[in-house]
Design a protein around this ligand. Sequence first.
Ligand code: MGD
Ligand code: MGD
Ligand code: SF4
Ligand code: MO
Length: 732
Amino acid sequence: MATRTEPSYCRMCFNACAMLVDFEGDEPVAVRGDKENPVYQGFFCVKGQQLLHARSHPGRLLRSQKRRADGSFEAISSRQAFDEIAERLGELRAKYGPRSIATYSGTFSTANPASGTLLTAWMKAIGSRMAFNSNTIDQPGKALGQALHGMWMAPPQDFATADVALLIGINPLVAMSGGVPQGNPGRFLSDALARGMQLVAIDPRRSETARRATLHLQPVPGEDAAILASMLHVILREGLHDADFCAEHVNGLDALRAAVAAYAPERVAARTGLAADEIVRAARVFGGAKRGVATAGTGPNMSGHGTLLEYLVLCLNTVCGRWLREGERVANPGCVVPTFSAKAQATGPWPGWGFGEKLRVRGFTNTAAGMPTTTLADEILLEGDGQVRALINLGGNPVAAWPDQRKTIAAMEKLDLLVQIDIKMSATAKLAHYVVAPKHSIEMPGVTINQDYLSLYGVGFGYPAPYGQYTPALVDPPEGADVVEEWEFFYETAKRMGLALELQQMALIGPAKGAPIPLDMERKPTSEDIYAILMRDARVPFDELRKHRHGAVFPDPPVFVAPKDAGWEGRLEVGAAPMMEALAELADAPVASGDPADLPLRLISRRMMTAYNSSSRDLPALRAKYAYNPAFMHPDEMARLGLEPGEVVAIHSEHASILGVVEPDASVREGLVSMSHSFGDLPERDGDVRAIGSNTGRLTSVERDYDRFSGLPRMSNIPIRIERVEGGRRAS
Ligand SMILES: Nc1nc2c(c(=O)[nH]1)N[C@H]1C(S)=C(S)[C@@H](COP(=O)(O)OP(=O)(O)OC[C@H]3O[C@@H](n4cnc5c(=O)[nH]c(N)nc54)[C@H](O)[C@@H]3O)O[C@H]1N2
Ligand SMILES: Nc1nc2c(c(=O)[nH]1)N[C@H]1C(S)=C(S)[C@@H](COP(=O)(O)OP(=O)(O)OC[C@H]3O[C@@H](n4cnc5c(=O)[nH]c(N)nc54)[C@H](O)[C@@H]3O)O[C@H]1N2
Ligand code: SF4
Ligand SMILES: [Mo]
């Protein structure tokens, strides 16, 4: 019998579902969705239900670890770890300069907003600009496309009032990451369909979301830019665009019109695997609707032309005028961030790349999406001036997630100092000199600041309303544990290195505003102290938010889109030269035309409900159906290749090979293998494929076939061949 129930929110993924935690005495015994919550309405997924098991999992690190000379690990106090790491960092910085120290933040760097904030402050104090994050191996085209296109200074039309949603390779019913507003995606989608919204899905797989579509286009992968260019061709040819909006706010329409002239549906149909009529219908449904929103996800972003793809998504939204206008109410003006003041005008474009730190490989620089993570392994391996010698990984798992696993491993092994902040001995942790053991989420406070900034990430992301939630820490760490909040690593090592940290508030648009706030390096702050600093200009003050422990929507005062400033000249750009050139090149060259002939299949990425990248998949209940990441194929294709369900096969790309377990799935287009990433472990465990799955990242090279703007190589739409292996069939 529960003796009390505490509200909080789940941090097993970025969706931050409001939850209730039942206690027996001081022990949390059950978690569930909070039905009273206005945004989540009780939604809670299978991963969230395992939250307490993640906390008590035998593989969870309760003490930090130090690697011994023989490769084994010994427990070490966090204080000792900080002493030794700070000393080592100090030496490397003195000897090789600040650039020799790099950081990488992955998905769990966002669970507690204090983590990333302190990391940024720490790097500034060190004097290194080599701070990388997972955004550049995700959908960097979003930020680059936005830079080339400029930004409407009010939100896009919202999903709740859209007559059409165009979802391109994004699966919100599983990923809960854009396409449908943040919160309860299934409910929001059902409500929209019930009121008559058209849902156009473009996905080579009949995904969970595509199954609900009113129109599903199931093309070959990688041709999304051609499909969108073709839709633009139809929209402009048939005059379905918003000519008045374009006349007042848009540059480059003639250039765009000329560039998409080569993309008549009749001409591109064959290469996309679609009928010309399907493209025409999609264009008419999107262009003909009054209000709408187009959003792309990871699939097409990773399939060959991510930057161009995202740019064309913005062009579609813009030529159809899918932005809020003067006088309209802003559904979500921000909650725990500064008010999003909205104006019916556009910024012009800004630089997408070519500024900041210069990388020593492939001519890359810092980008609007951040430092290109696809260069970091080479920056570690390439000797000479500026070489990276120390890497701090905050809640990311390079060995599991980066493209080119073998190169990544070589890089991790080359480092003089690898520090992994991780809740378990992940593949990267196994190569680290130190593994810093963090608190589990319910042992930490939290506030939904990172979630609130999501609406700036791209069209179709973020909360549907000004929603926020704060949670205190609900429980102490297990007895005998020596665990820290991630940000404490940065505070404690900075202090030992004699560095002072200053917190800079994130800005809604453009460079951070306001003077940086120095942290007291003598009296250690709490997470709440840090949140108070981050929320100092928030629309809803921290003290007010704290009164609403169940999370709440703060609609008042309402925010309306203000008129355009007198004399304002900024315009959105739909004819950016690099993109028009890319369109011209692509017109005659389908993505697959460069693929080797002996690799007839393509491996496409997907997410599974039971895993979160490399996290969660070790929890028993989530392994019940598949302990591995199946290589899903159409059953007819399996029959043709003589493959049995559950059979282990070799998957070869031009670059490398992995093992995979094939399973039938009629929702996958023939010619494709659909597989989740970040499974498996270090290559020496390849033989355990049925127990741990395999790493699709190994199949990709960062040096070939990459998006020349962002550096992102093909991490979906990878040319492969499948081969039967001896003893691959299940023993009968
Ligand atoms: N081929 C291919 N590759 C891909 C993708 C793809 O679709 N296909 N997707 C890409 C994308 S979108 C992304 S974002 C990246 C992900 O890249 P990463 O963020 O680098 O990878 P994750 O596996 O999410 O790493 C999360 C790490 O956090 C640890 N962790 C779990 N819980 C906690 C906690 O409570 N605290 C702390 N401190 N750590 C914790 C996990 O053990 C794990 O080591 O992968 C990319 N790689
Ligand atoms: N359960 C769960 N949720 C997650 C994650 C997880 O690992 N598990 N990861 C989180 C992360 S880091 C992110 S970035 C988000 C990502 O969220 P999403 O972008 O929605 O990612 P996916 O669910 O993989 O959906 C991508 C879809 O693209 C399709 N696809 C593959 N290649 C192509 C292509 O070339 N063209 C087109 N049109 N479609 C293609 C796939 O079939 C798949 O349905 O999800 C987040 N949420
Ligand atoms: S979607 Fe699932 S894992 Fe993500 S926050 Fe919600 S309950 Fe937790
Ligand atoms: Mo991601």
